[in-house]
Design a protein around this ligand. Structure first.
Ligand code: PNS
Length: 161
């Protein structure tokens, strides 16, 4: 069984993430989408809410599981016997950041955790959770960015609707 983890903040999941999830689920037998419980960032959605949203958004993909983790990705991967992390690349600006994380993880794990990149589909290349939140916070239209039920939850957080 080829298993991989797709780690991220997913605050909240966008169509860009879902595109990566769908395509990665076709490459691996099991894809575990895991939400980082990052104590430093102040998220819009709690980890529990993000996990719930991801479960709903991926419910039609049978080989996708949703989980969360705290701390280093390499420790989470080791504990779950996972040797591949998946990340999406939107643009060259992502590349520098992602390259550094991937190389750090490979080094820290003694080569046991490698990273595979999928290039985000062009129609989602501009998308990010932060821009979605900013647009929504001003009452803008995010219907092209996230599933309808997610848009509703975001507007609720901003007391819009
Ligand atoms: O969606 P994001 O915020 O771009 O995801 C970043 C993430 C979660 C993949 C990355 O920050 C991460 O794996 N953090 C866990 C801590 C860790 O393992 N750091 C070492 C790599 S520098």
């Amino acid at each position: 069984m080829k298993r991989a983890v797709y780690p991220g903040s997913f605050d909240p999941v966008t169509f860009g993430h879902l595109d990566v999830i769908k395509r990665a689920s076709e490459v691996f037998d099991v894809l575990i989408v895991s939400v980082l419980n990052n104590k430093v960032k102040t998220p819009l959605f709690s980890v529990e809410e993000r996990v719930k949203i991801l479960k709903e958004a991926t419910k039609d993909i049978p080989n996708v599981q949703v989980d969360s983790f705290t701390g280093l990705l390499i420790n989470y991967a080791r504990e779950n016997d996972i040797h591949v992390a998946v990340r999406g690349l939107r643009a060259i600006t992502d590349f520098e950041y992602e390259l550094q994380i991937a190389q750090t993880n490979r080094k820290l794990s003694d080569g046991k955790l490698d990273t595979i990149f999928l290039t985000t589909s062009l129609e989602y290349a501009y998308l990010s959770s932060s821009s979605v939140k900013e647009i929504a916070s001003f009452g803008g239209d995010i219907s092209q960015c996230v599933p309808e039920f997610v848009a509703k939850l975001i507007y609720e957080k901003y007391h819009i609707l």
